[in-house]
Design a binder for this molecule. Structure first.
Ligand code: ATP
Length: 629
């Protein structure tokens, strides 16, 4: 897996990151970005106009003996202007913001989900990557919006600060000294507070993830039985408590620092400027009589505006520094280049699969441990092959390599003589109909669970046939809505909950329902009763042998005499004995391969396993008083 680029720089990175996110927001919703600028511009204009210009103008009109008409005309025009600004603000806040919020969230999440969906399967088994993903997702929608606000706040704030300082200098330049209060408060203390908050968040992320996992396990129905029937709940509860202690411990570690910085922030940001200006202005007006009362009045209103503009401005600056750290995670996540992206381009494979070849394939999930070692075998068109071996031998891993969920560490896999890396990934994967060992049911209808979004859907009759071959048609027929019956009760109180075996049957039906040249069944019958298992295995083989199955469009064409390849993983050796090829895997290596007869004659591991199973099977049936099948 490629490394995620490291974080670098400080100020430059903050600017780059914030501009990056502004560009990102602009591509999703330019109207929001523009109107946000207008909103902030008007907001700052309002502050400065009222406290600096309006007050001064009215007082000077009074001082210079201006007429009441003049004064009220000015006040009336100001009121009209403020009404227009008020109307714009109302439209922006109540109409544009809610609508564009949704647009921005949707755009952002679509990008994140598309990216996550395009990343390697291996990424989701890598905790570093997963932490980045979680950090990128955490509050990312709010952060995106806040970044737009912040950037405008900084741009408009810079102009507003400059204008307000000029206004202050014109009244009394020494007043500017008090502005240092919020500057120190925000740039020194708030900045340190922000950094600390991020450090606490980052350090506690690992504990939060554990707590999230436990929460999920406790409320998901998948785990409900084990939680009730075993003591695992207490184990999980302990994990949860440890995680909570981890979060609290991280907070405790930084508590004193947090309190000290918080005090510094409040003192410098508010106390210094407000108290300072009042005392200074009052002294200059009342004691030294160097400042007229009107200037003192203007100064106090202007000071309030200036301090709030400055607080907002510095806050926005600090917020963008803080956001920059989160944006970096988002950027890292979005710029991560998967080794097998879902949109992998390449040549389009032929519709027929004549051969699949593993050539000296080795594979390691982790560098130090090879899971598959030097695997070589060939499957020909029309062949049915069984993969057998002990748990953990590497059978499912081999299938994952064939489906290009992972790439081999060494060696190559060829389909019709071409390295599978050279094929267009989507088109390549569409050649396979798969029933995974741990196949999942989605909270959608039976039909959608069978078709799984296929572009070229089967007809209703073909879908019913698929259900029948998997032995689950009667259950679906008996449900209230047949093929449209919603599965699970996640969203529908009338939803049907399938048993473990029924779920496995539906997963197999999925593979029957796909018109693909290679069919893969990974342990399709582990949860089935012996009769159902026998019938399913027979149907898998029958479907393969006759090529009829569901493939009415292709298989019933007389001139089309090509066959499908079947790959079946099974622990039940009696059900694979009539297959053309049996591959025995042990500790990641192929130890034997051939027909059942050849392997029995070789009298190796397979033969020993087969005899042991046959013996056990006879004993089981005798114990139950049943005849052998
Ligand atoms: P079973 O018959 O139990 O399904 P299998 O033969 O299909 O087993 P695999 O699932 O291929 O075996 O696993 C082979 C080995 O690879 C096991 O030791 C397993 O622990 C390891 N393994 C499987 N998936 C991963 C993974 N994502 N990351 C690391 N190791 C893995």
């Amino acid at each position: 897996m490629k490394k995620i680029p490291k974080k670098s720089g400080a100020a430059g990175r903050t600017i780059r990151n914030n501009l990056y996110i502004m560009g990102f927001a602009w591509r999703i919703c330019p109207e929001r970005v523009l109107c946000c600028g207008v909103y902030f511009g008007l907001d700052h204009f309002e502050y400065l106009f009222f406290s600096g210009f309006f007050m001064k103008k009215v007082l000077s009109l009074i001082e210079t003996g201006g007429s009441l008409k003049e004064i009220f005309t000015f006040i009336g025009l100001t009121a009209a202007l403020f009404l227009l600004i008020f109307l714009f603000n109302g439209w922006y806040q109540n109409l544009l913001v809610p609508v564009t919020d949704v647009k921005v969230y949707q755009g952002l999440y679509r990008t994140l989900y598309e990216k996550a969906g395009n990343d390697d399967l291996a990424c989701f088994e890598n905790s570093d990557f997963y932490n980045k993903y979680m950090l990128a997702m955490a509050d990312s929608n709010e952060r995106l919006i806040r970044t737009i606000d912040n950037i405008w706040s900084i741009l408009i704030g810079t102009a507003a600060v400059a204008i307000s300082w000029m206004m202050l200098i014109r009244i009394d330049r020494w007043v500017l000294l008090f502005v240092a209060g919020p500057i120190i408060g925000n740039f020194v203390f708030a900045r340190a507070l922000n950094k600390l908050a991020y450090r606490i968040y980052e350090e506690s992320m690992v504990f939060r993830r554990i707590a999230d996992y436990v929460n999920r396990v406790i409320h998901l129905s998948d785990y409900a039985k084990e939680l009730r029937m075993t003591n695992i709940f207490h184990v999980m509860e302990k994990k949860q408590k440890d995680a909570e202690a981890g979060v609290t411990g991280t907070m405790d570690k930084y508590m004193a620092k947090n309190i000290l910085l918080g005090w510094g922030y409040l003192y410098f940001t508010f106390v210094v400027i407000f108290e300072g200006v009042i005392f200074y202005g009052a002294y200059r007006t009342l004691v030294s009589h160097a400042m007229p009362l009107s200037d003192f009045a203007v100064l106090t209103t202007l000071m309030t505006s200036v301090s709030w503009i400055l607080i907002g401005y510095t806050k926005a600056l600090l917020e963008s520094m803080k956001n920059s750290l989160f944006i970096q995670n988002l950027k890292d996540f979005l710029s991560y280049e998967p080794t097998i992206p879902e949109d992998w381009e390449g040549v389009m494979p032929e519709k027929e699969v004549r051969s699949i070849e593993f050539r000296n394939v080795s594979f390691a999930y982790q560098p130090e441990r090879m899971t598959l070692k030097n695997i070589s075998f060939t499957l020909k068109e029309g062949e049915a092959c069984a993969l057998v071996g002990y748990n953990g031998a590497g059978k499912s891993t081999l299938i994952k390599l064939l489906l290009r969920l992972y790439d081999p560490t060494e060696g190559e896999i060829l389909l019709n003589g071409v390295n599978i890396r050279d094929y267009n990934l989507k088109a390549y994967r569409s050649l396979f109909a798969t029933a995974f060992q741990d196949g999942k049911i989605f909270a959608r209808s039976v039909r959608e669970n069978l078709l799984m979004g296929q572009d070229n859907p089967q007809t209703g009759t073909e879908l019913w046939k698929a259900l029948s071959m998997a032995g689950i048609d009667s259950v679906i027929k008996a449900s209230a809505n047949g093929m449209d019956q919603i599965l699970t009760r996640e969203f529908d109180p009338e939803g049907v909950i399938l048993s473990g075996g029924q779920t496995q049957k539906l997963v197999s039906a999925r593979a029957f329902a796909k018109d693909a040249p290679v069919q893969i069944f990974d342990e399709p019958s582990s949860a089935l009763d012996p009769i159902a298992e026998h019938e399913l295995m027979e149907n898998i083989k029958r479907c393969h042998a006759s090529r009829a199955g569901l493939l009415t469009r292709r298989c019933h064409t007389p001139q089309d005499d090509s066959g499908r390849i079947l790959l079946l993983i099974s622990h039940r050796l009696s059900s694979v004995q009539d297959m053309e090829k049996i591959i025995v895997l042990k500790n990641g290596r192929i130890t034997e391969q051939g027909t059942h007869a050849a392997l029995m004659e070789a009298d190796g591991e397979y033969a020993a396993l087969y005899r042991m199973q046959a013996e056990q099977y006879k004993i089981d049936r005798l114990m139950k008083g049943e005849p052998a099948l």
